[in-house]
Design a protein. Structure first.
Length: 138
């Protein structure tokens, strides 16, 4: 990202160059962090594996992921759990089909819920054309 200013003094030019250097450094740090995080997820870091195993064990009989003290709805928690499983490469967990059915059976059709369902169904490899059509009608 380059910033262009009208320089009235040498100090303005120096400040702009320093700011431009800081922005470039910030970009590089973000890239380094992204690569670092990518390799942690790809190598199956023990704590990620433990977290995925814990998430998988928390599924309810109906396929949802929620407890009574959650601040989110069961639908939101289930959608986010499926997204996490997909992001960590565990979208084929044994309980994923039941969770996708749970999301599909919900009758509340707000734009948020439809969006969450579309993401979960795409991650699960399912067709979402009718869901997208429904979302576009809102």
């Amino acid at each position: 990202m380059r910033l262009f200013f009208a320089y009235s003094t040498k100090d303005d030019l120096d400040y702009t160059l320093i700011l431009q250097g800081a922005l470039n450094m910030s970009f590089m740090l973000r890239k380094i962090l992204a690569v670092f995080l990518f390799f942690i997820v790809q190598t199956g870091h023990a704590s990620i594996v433990d977290g995925v195993n814990w998430l998988s064990s928390e599924v309810n009989i109906d396929g949802s992921y929620a407890i009574d003290t959650d601040v989110s709805t069961a639908y939101q928690a289930t959608a986010e759990t499926l997204r996490t499983l997909h992001t960590t490469g565990n979208e084929n967990a044994a309980n994923t089909p039941a969770s996708l059915v749970y999301l599909s059976n919900d009758t509340f059709r707000s734009t948020e819920y439809l969006s969450r369902q579309i993401i979960a169904q795409v991650d699960g490899g399912n067709n979402v054309e009718t869901l997208i059509d429904e979302l576009l009608k809102h």
